[in-house]
Design a protein around this ligand. Structure first.
Ligand SMILES: [Fe+2]
Length: 483
């Protein structure tokens, strides 16, 4: 009913015809928008997420122009019948109108000038509830009357049993031109993934509409079928302008309308839908941090409490800035100081990160000696990964992770000049990890096993036979042409 009320109000406000970028192009600085960027009466930018219990619910969010003021979806349990859709149930959701240029911050209007000339749009979201676990549903969403999306199939989470998922680092640059092949290769390699985790910097300017248009075009139908678990990176935070002044660095005004994510009442307002957890199944608990947000201590305290309360067998943290940097001269000592003790206290199994535009995997463990890349048999506390899925690539830190030797971390595999996706499979007491290239070649892998007491070992070292890929040992790299 809420969406019905909104639709009546919006109709009166939005009725005046206005010329926007697609018709006008009076701004010399503003190139014409491609047709796939423009909002219309048809639903687009369709993305599923998991804001509530994954066994019995999921959300879908989509975009239209601002004339579509109600949020209507349909859902039915999928069957082999050609007309599986007979008897589909209508579900109403919420509509949120978004001005892409004028951004209200603390009762003042600030400018997102890179969207100049773009019309306001509406974002719509529906949460489907009361579903059965581990069941395939078909749903579709509506724009203007009669303008339905295609039917998408999606599976709810299982109570327990094996779960496969994809994790990718920064897409960020050349998102449509160069990242699209990587995310599509990931989907082709693991179409049975239950979710895809994006570890921040999904785009370069998280408040610039054309970049999200590119991201959604690159992803295509994938997130209509497989929920996204997005992490906010530094590039999802922006400063807006007003009278020559700049605002604080804030989570993009597009983030919350476009992803329907869990809210955490224990966290401050500016961390809502940016720091959250998802108990995906009996075995798996995922914790997402927003490391660009200034209030890292509040997140560390929340994480400490949540990890302490969780009885999941496998605990995975994802955040954008790495605990152990791998990109050229980068480091985050303050973040490491606050977060690493929490990870160690709760023996977090896996930390999935981005930001450094290189590949790095290493562990803190209690191995008597440094174990080599392909060795097995080490005791492990936590495995750390930095990965990159987009084409922007940095030099690896000159002395590897030697600066972090006092923490006991051991770097086990690294790369430059390579886009990666990771496939992670968890089945009972075993976690299998694979890092793969755009051609689906296996670059890095390991198997971690946990016994009844929680003691973990690496039971299989890496099987990849690919040579280490560094700038000097791989194809030429050109930075230009991927912005
Ligand atoms: Fe970043």
């Amino acid at each position: 009913m809420k969406s019905f009320v909104i639709s009546i109000c919006c109709l009166t406000v939005c009725i005046a015809p206005q010329a926007y970028a697609h018709e006008g192009h009076d701004h010399d600085s503003q190139p014409p928008t491609p047709p796939w960027q423009d909002a219309s009466g048809w639903p687009d930018r369709i993305v599923t997420t998991i804001p509530e219990t994954p066994q019995s619910s999921f959300a879908v969010t989509w975009r239209t122009d601002d004339e579509v003021t109600s949020s209507i979806a349909q859902i039915v349990e999928a069957t082999d019948a050609a007309r599986f859709d007979v008897g589909a149930e209508i579900v109403l959701g919420e509509t949120e109108s978004l001005n892409l240029v004028d951004v209200p911050i603390a009762k003042e209007i600030w400018k997102a000038e890179w969207n100049d000339g773009l019309a306001p749009v509406n974002y719509h979201s529906v949460v489907f509830r009361g579903l059965e676990p581990d069941t395939t549903y078909a749903y579709r969403v509506r724009g203007s009357e009669g303008n339905w999306s295609e039917w998408f199939q999606i599976q709810t989470a299982p109570e327990d049993g094996p779960v496969k998922f994809i994790y990718v680092g920064d897409a960020q640059n050349g998102v449509l031109s160069h990242w699209s092949r990587l995310i599509r290769a990931a989907y082709a390699a693991a179409p049975d993934s239950r979710f895809i985790l994006h570890a921040g910097d999904l785009v370069n300017n998280g408040a610039r509409d054309i970049e999200w248009a590119s991201w959604f075009k690159a992803v295509g139908f994938i997130h209509g079928m497989i929920p996204a678990i997005p992490v906010a990176g530094n590039h999802e935070y922006r400063r807006y302008t007003r009278n020559g002044e700049e605002s604080d660095s804030l989570l993009s005004m597009m983030w919350r309308p476009q992803f329907t994510l869990p809210e955490e009442p224990e966290l401050p307002d500016d961390l809502q839908e940016a720091a959250y957890d998802i108990r995906y199944s009996d075995d798996i608990h995922i914790f997402i941090l927003s490391t660009q947000n200034q209030n890292l201590q509040a997140q560390a305290d929340w994480l400490d409490r949540e990890l302490g309360r969780s009885d999941a067998k496998w605990k995975i943290v994802s955040m954008h800035h790495p605990i152990f940097s791998s990109g050229s001269d980068r480091d985050s000592p303050d973040r490491r100081k606050i977060l690493l003790p929490v990870f160690e206290k709760h023996a977090v199994d896996l930390v999935l990160q981005g930001h450094d535009h290189t590949y790095a995997r290493g562990m803190i463990g209690q191995t008597p000696e440094r174990i080599s890349y392909s060795d097995a048999g080490g005791d492990i506390e936590t495995m750390f990964v930095n990965s990159v899925s987009g084409p922007k690539q940095y030099d690896f830190k000159e002395n590897g992770w030697d600066d972090y030797a006092d923490t006991g971390v051991q770097l086990q595999r690294k790369a430059e000049n390579t886009q990666f996706f990771q496939i992670i499979t968890i089945e009972d007491d075993t976690l299998t990890y694979e890092a793969r290239t755009a051609l689906n070649n296996l670059y890095d892998d390991f198997v971690m096993t946990k016994d009844e007491s929680g003691h973990k070992t690496i039971t299989r070292g890496a099987q990849s036979t690919m040579d280490e890929r560094m700038f000097e040992t791989s194809e030429p790299y050109i930075r230009e042409g991927i912005d």
